[in-house]
Design a protein around this ligand. Sequence first.
Ligand SMILES: Cc1cc2nc3c(=O)[nH]c(=O)nc-3n(C[C@H](O)[C@H](O)[C@H](O)COP(=O)(O)OP(=O)(O)OC[C@H]3O[C@@H](n4cnc5c(N)ncnc54)[C@H](O)[C@@H]3O)c2cc1C
Length: 452
Amino acid sequence: MDFHDLIDGLSDGAVVTDPDLLASYRQDWARDPDAGTPLAVVRATSTDDVARTLKWAHDRRIPVVPRGAGSGLSGGATAVDGGLVLCTERMRAITVDPVTRTAVAQPGLLNAEVKKAVAEHGLWYPPDPSSFEICSIGGNAATNAGGLCCVKYGVTTDYVLGMEVVLADGTVVRLGGPRLKDSAGLSLTKLFVGSEGTLGVITELTLRLLPAQPPQHTVVATFASLTDATAAILAITGELRPSMLEFMDSVSINAVEDELRMGLDRKAAALLVARSDAPGEFAGREAAIMVAACEKAGATEVFQTADAEEGEAFAAARRFAIPAVEKLGSLLLEDVGVPLPRLGDLVTGVAAIAEHNQVTVSVIAHAGDGNTHPLIVHDPADAAMTERAHQAFGEIMDLAIALGGTITGEHGVGRLKKAWLPDQLGPDVMALTHRIKDALDPHGILNPGAVL
Ligand SMILES: Cc1cc2nc3c(=O)[nH]c(=O)nc-3n(C[C@H](O)[C@H](O)[C@H](O)COP(=O)(O)OP(=O)(O)OC[C@H]3O[C@@H](n4cnc5c(N)ncnc54)[C@H](O)[C@@H]3O)c2cc1C
């Protein structure tokens, strides 16, 4: 393939064809063994680079896989053979406006960098995926990422007021803006949030900010059974809106303890980390309500702290759960969610699926959202075990759908879960989704094989 006319139109060094470098852009964190090898990677530094690349690819009908930081867990940024990977990691500008409490950010900034930049103005960007130090804000918008504080503060879409997006043919459009209310026209900004690179490439985001988060009180509780823990979750959410309500099962508790040695109870069946950031003395009062709810549900031990560092250590332990469990083997990562009253059925149902398929499944969860991450551990060198792991992967999504839930609460469908999307959405919604995709990307060059 001759890239000269593409290279000539872009910033210096934007087009990469070195095979060693290409290899590092083939997979995201889902590490799909069937990932393709791209013809080239474009590391855009501006909207103009993105627009020229898409026009070039559109004219030649060459597939383009948009990519942020590659931390996705659904194979959404998996490269395809004969295509381009269009990466936004070098688009890193941000401006903060404390008056409107908004920030305008390019997509390649990491979530943690956005948080840091706005904190310098006494402001806070809430959505906090556990991967906040390694995922980009563009990828967050493209997946509608959630996180630990989302139980109280909502997910990425709740903070996206506007964006600049480049369409499949290279047309640049601006949607929304720094307005807290705006009913003009269709809600197109929201259409692109969560579109997983299938409708356009996000080149700029206008983000809503909040005043800095008040200090948090943290409650940590252990339980002898999964059902006691899920009863406590329902009791807590029935009384108040915590600023965090996270769940770890015994496999993840032990995997984290193996790595961090922080004294977690290895015999516990489940551990909850709950927090309150209610103003002033109310944080302590809410923490006391959460302690009482855990005790009433049969907690074996409950611990409460107002110390920021101590509380953060437990939140960090929960954030570390995926890398810790990954030490046990390769993972198939689920992201299933259910309405809260069905959380107990989901968690016990997953345990039954693990048992009859004879695979280890560790469950961690943004429990207050009803959003769980069953992590199916397997050894790819063991073909029979890998087959059982894939069987369990499908059964868990079937279970979530049967419980009125979703196959993905925050990671997106990507390539790994798309076979189950029709079962959740049904034929009419799938047909509508295809009509929208065809209208915006008639030649299907954007992220082919993902979602649809
Ligand atoms: C240890 C770990 C913990 C995690 N915890 C969480 C969590 O708590 N909550 C959560 O929501 N996620 C979590 N994730 C998943 C992941 O970090 C998020 O999905 C994140 O939003 C992906 O961002 P990224 O920049 O890495 O995107 P990528 O992986 O590069 O891409 C993700 C998707 O977005 C598309 N995309 C990327 N950038 C753009 C763009 N500019 N325009 C259009 N499309 C684009 C890609 O095509 C792909 O479909 C976790 C991942 C890891 C590894």
